[in-house]
Design a protein around this ligand. Structure first.
Ligand SMILES: Cc1ncc(COP(=O)(O)O)c(C=O)c1O
Length: 464
C-alpha cells in the first residue's frame, strides 16, 4: 500500500539542496510525461527547467525507457576490468561526436561535479607527465612543482564538490571558503550585456588581452595547467559569448601551452541546437565535460580527453577513479538518448522551436519595462530583469542569490498561478524547456511569463 503522505515524509527527512530546511514543502508527484509533472492533487505543471536541465528528451521517453529495461535484463553494472556493450559503445560514440579527432578517451562518473573533478585532475597530471617526467620546456626556469593552476571565470558554476566548487565563480563557492582548493585564479567572463571592457570587437580583444596578462602573471606555461569555461554560461545567466571570444581563448591556450576544458554539463546533449555548444564557435577543446542530460534518467557524466591528453596516460598512471564508473544501465540510457536526439528530429525541433521561442520572448521586452535583455541559443533562454534599462541595474544582484527578491516572487507566482516551474534564484526568468517542446506549449509558457512579468514591472515602477 503506497504511503499517501510521502511529500510530508520527504519534507521531514530529506535535505533540500541549497536551502534552509524549515519551509521545505515538495509537491507530491503522481506521474510525469513529456514536459509535464502531474501532482497527486491533480495539478499539471510545465517543467520549464527540464528537471535541473537533465531531461532534454522530456520525461519518460519510451525509447530510452525500453533501452533501460532491456539493459536491466542482462547486466546493470560491472567494474571496468570487464567490458559491457553499452559502456564500450557510448565511450566510442562520445569520442567520435565530441569536437576534435576521433581517438579520444572517456572517463565516466555520475555528476557534472565528478566529471569536472576528473578534468582538473587529468589536466594537472598531464602537465606533471609533460613537464616533470617528460622534461618539456616551459617559459620560466623554475619547474617546481609543475603547471597546476586552473583559470576559471567569475560568472560560472562547475559543481559542488571541493575542486569543482573551487573553480566556480558562483556564490555557492562562498560556502566552501576559506577551504577552497588552492591554485585557482578567476578571469572576467565575456558578457556582451554587461561588458567590462567597452563594446564591440575591441572590447573582446581587450578582454582577451587581460586574460593573456593574467596567465602571464600567474606563471604562464610554468604554472598554469588549464582554463575551464562553459562555452555558453549556464546557471550564471545564460551568457552567449561575443564573436571571436572563444577562438581568442583557444589561441591563448595554445600560445601558453595550456589545456582548454569545455564544461558542457548544461549545454551538451543538444541544449543549444548543436550536440555541443562549443560547436557554434568552431573551437576544439582539449577536454570536454558532460553530465545532466547525458544519462537522461540515470545519473551519468563523462569527461572526454583529446588523443594527446589520453596518450599521456599510456604509460603513466591515470590517477583517478570511482565506483560505478561506466555503469552499463546509465550508458544504455545515454546511447538511446543520443540516438533519439540525432535520429528522431529532436535537434531539429530544438532549432525550430528555439527560434520561435526566441521571437516570442523578444516581443515581451517591448511591453515589459523590467526586461533588460532577452538572450539565448537553441532552447536555452533567459529574460534578464533590471531595475532600470538605461543603467542596467539588475533586479537581483550576485550577492542576493539567497535573498527574498522579486525574481523569487515571480517564480513562486508562475508555479502557483500559471502551473509553470522555474528556478527561483536566477537573474530573471529561466526559460529552459525540454527539447521536445511544441509550439502550443511555447504559447502556453509565453502567456504565463507575460502575465507574471507584471509583478516585476510593478516593482520597478514603485522602486524608481
Ligand atoms: C556547467 C555545469 N557544470 C557542472 C555542474 C554540476 O553538475 P552536478 O550538479 O551534476 O554535479 C553544473 C550544474 O548545474 C553545471 O551547470
Amino acid at each position: 500500500m503506497p504511503n499517501q503522505d510521502f511529500a510530508a515524509i520527504q519534507a521531514k527527512y530529506l535535505m533540500q539542496c541549497w536551502s534552509a530546511q524549515r519551509d521545505y514543502a515538495p509537491l507530491p508527484v503522481k506521474a510525469t510525461s513529456g514536459c509535464w509533472i502531474h501532482t497527486s492533487d491533480g495539478r499539471k505543471i510545465f517543467d520549464l527547467r527540464s528537471a535541473h536541465e537533465c531531461i532534454n528528451l522530456g520525461f519518460s521517453h519510451p525509447k530510452v525507457l525500453d533501452a533501460m529495461r532491456r539493459q536491466m535484463e542482462s547486466v546493470v553494472y560491472v567494474s571496468d576490468d570487464f567490458a559491457t556493450e553499452p559502456t564500450a559503445m557510448l565511450a566510442q560514440t562520445l569520442a567520435r561526436l565530441a569536437p576534435g579527432g576521433p581517438d579520444k578517451k572517456v572517463f565516466f562518473s555520475q555528476s557534472g561535479a565528478s566529471a569536472v573533478e576528473a578534468a582538473i585532475r587529468v589536466a594537472r597530471l598531464y602537465m606533471y607527465n609533460k613537464v616533470v617526467k617528460g622534461g618539456a620546456q616551459v617559459d620560466a626556469p623554475m619547474q617546481y612543482p609543475y603547471p597546476y593552476k586552473i583559470i576559471s571565470r567569475y560568472r560560472s558554476w562547475h559543481g559542488s564538490s571541493a575542486g569543482a566548487a573551487s573553480v566556480s565563480g558562483d556564490p555557492r563557492r562562498w560556502f566552501h571558503e576559506p577551504l577552497t582548493v588552492p591554485g585557482v585564479v578567476f578571469a572576467p567572463e565575456a558578457n556582451p550585456y554587461r561588458p567590462l571592457f567597452g563594446t564591440g570587437p575591441d572590447a573582446t580583444q581587450a578582454n582577451l588581452n587581460y586574460l593573456d596578462y593574467i596567465i602571464e602573471q600567474e606563471g604562464g606555461s610554468n604554472k598554469v595547467a588549464a582554463m575551464i569555461l562553459e562555452p555558453v554560461v549556464g546557471s550564471n545567466g545564460i551568457i552567449v559569448p561575443p564573436a571571436g571570444y572563444l577562438k581568442g581563448v583557444r589561441e591563448l591556450c595554445d600560445k601558453w601551452g595550456i589545456l582548454l576544458i569545455a564544461d558542457e554539463t548544461m549545454t551538451g546533449m543538444g541544449r543549444t541546437g548543436r550536440m555541443f555548444a562549443i560547436e557554434h564557435f568552431d573551437v576544439v577543446p582539449d577536454i570536454v565535460v558532460m553530465g545532466k542530460a547525458l544519462g537522461v534518467y540515470c545519473p551519468l557524466a563523462a569527461t572526454i580527453f583529446s588523443e594527446e591528453v589520453s596518450r599521456s596516460f599510456d604509460d603513466n598512471i591515470f590517477g583517478h577513479g570511482q565506483s560505478f564508473s561506466g555503469h552499463a544501465l546509465g550508458c544504455a540510457a545515454a546511447l538511446a538518448s543520443i540516438q533519439v536526439l540525432l535520429e528522431d528530429g529532436v535537434l531539429e525541433n530544438c532549432c525550430a522551436m528555439g527560434e520561435y521561442l526566441g521571437t516570442r520572448l523578444h516581443a515581451l521586452r517591448d511591453t515589459h519595462p523590467s526586461v533588460g535583455e532577452v538572450r539565448g541559443l537553441g532552447l536555452f533562454w533567459t529574460l534578464e530583469l533590471v531595475r532600470d534599462r538605461e543603467t542596467r541595474e539588475p533586479l537581483r544582484r550576485v550577492t542576493e542569490k539567497y535573498s527574498e527578491t522579486i525574481v523569487k516572487q515571480l517564480a513562486d507566482y508562475l508555479l502557483r498561478e500559471k502551473q509553470i516551474y522555474v528556478p527561483t534564484d536566477k537573474f530573471g526568468v529561466w526559460v529552459v524547456p525540454p527539447l521536445i517542446v511544441t509550439r502550443e506549449e511555447i504559447d502556453f509558457i509565453v502567456a504565463g511569463i507575460d502575465d507574471a512579468l507584471k509583478l516585476a514591472d510593478n516593482w520597478v515602477a514603485k522602486a524608481n
